[in-house]
Design a protein around this ligand. Structure first.
Ligand SMILES: N[C@@H](CCC(=O)N[C@@H](CS)C(=O)NCC(=O)O)C(=O)O
Length: 302
């Protein structure tokens, strides 16, 4: 698949930037925060994922924008930029700020952006990409959101969606709900994602505690901070944040600072998706009451 800026137009538009994104999608949030940080005007188009109600991402119209059926897609003068980590780098390259970034710092930014990115198949490469661990760690929230999605809408994905294995996963989550987490292979996948992410976070904790700078790379808020902010937020939504930051005081105060930024509020907190709000509320209750979930969260709390 092509990544980065393409040389063809997928939509005639007079807008410099258009963002196709979804309220709930972690990668979409990352790009939204980035656009707000750079103070850029953009046309925003919401595209539903199955978790937020329907497979709009696999509709005929959206497949013209992205044949891979994923969000976010950033259009620059109608030309698509694919992959969220490429999109934030593109935004930066078009709008380098006043602060001159040294070559050494740029390498560090790239390292932390890559580590926190979602690359390729989200159930693989967890030791390389912390971002990929987020897929399996979000399964409990997917299950609680899918309660509000008609079965038929998921089935439509089997015809429309180019990546059938994703649709099958959502079908299983819809059919079995939280009981899916009793199946050993699924339980193992979630647990290993948790432990791999814990290792990545330990590395981040060490970096933050060694430098004691304002942000991850020195005194300026950079793409590296944007990229990690959405991971912390997703962990909070899924009830993993407390478990994974138990002995990580530097990450905790780092995230508290991130949450104060207007870009974080505009890009995440001010989006109110009905399915997401219901899913988070139900998951919070289920972690206390549902036997399958209680056992999963308890195992990882030890
Ligand atoms: N590596 C891609 C990942 C894109 C991706 O998988 N996006 C998810 C939402 S976070 C999506 O669109 N899923 C649609 C689906 O699975 O049907 C990126 O960083 O842009």
């Amino acid at each position: 698949m092509q990544i980065g800026l393409q040389d063809y137009i997928v939509e005639e538009t007079s807008d410099e930037y258009t963002l196709y994104s979804n309220d709930f999608s972690l990668c979409s949030r990352k790009v939204r925060i980035c656009l707000y940080e750079y103070g850029l005007e953009f046309r925003s188009k919401h595209v539903d994922l199955i978790e937020t109600g329907k497979y709009e991402v696999a509709s005929k119209d959206f497949l013209k924008i992205n044949p891979q059926a994923t969000v976010p897609v950033l259009l620059f003068e109608g030309k698509p930029v694919y992959e969220s980590h490429e999109q934030i780098k593109f935004i930066h390259s078009r709008n380098p700020d006043q602060n001159v970034i040294s070559e050494e710092d740029q390498k560090l930014i790239d390292f932390w952006v890559e580590k926190s990115s979602m690359v390729g198949n989200p159930v693989k490469d967890h030791k390389i990409y912390a971002g990929n661990t987020i897929g399996p760690l979000t399964f409990p929230l997917f299950a609680s959101m899918l309660v509000y999605v008609p079965f038929l809408e998921i089935l439509k994905g089997l015809i429309l969606h180019p990546i059938k294995e994703r649709v099958l996963m959502f079908l299983m989550l819809k059919i079995f709900g939280f009981k899916l987490f009793n199946i050993p292979i699924i339980k193992r996948l979630i647990k290993s994602a948790f432990y791999d992410l814990n290792n990545h976070l330990q590395e981040l904790e060490t970096k933050l505690s060694t430098d004691e700078a304002d942000w991850l790379i020195g005194e300026d808020f950079t793409l590296a901070d944007i990229s990690w902010s959405v991971i912390f937020h997703r962990l909070e939504e899924c009830g993993w944040y407390g478990l994974l930051t138990k002995n990580k005081p530097f990450i905790k105060s780092y995230y508290e600072k991130i949450k104060q930024r207007p870009s974080f509020r505009k890009g995440i907190t001010e989006q109110h998706n009905p399915n997401l709000l219901k899913g988070i509320r139900d998951l919070k209750e289920a972690v206390k009451e549902d036997l399958s979930l209680k056992s999963l969260y308890k195992d990882l709390n030890e």
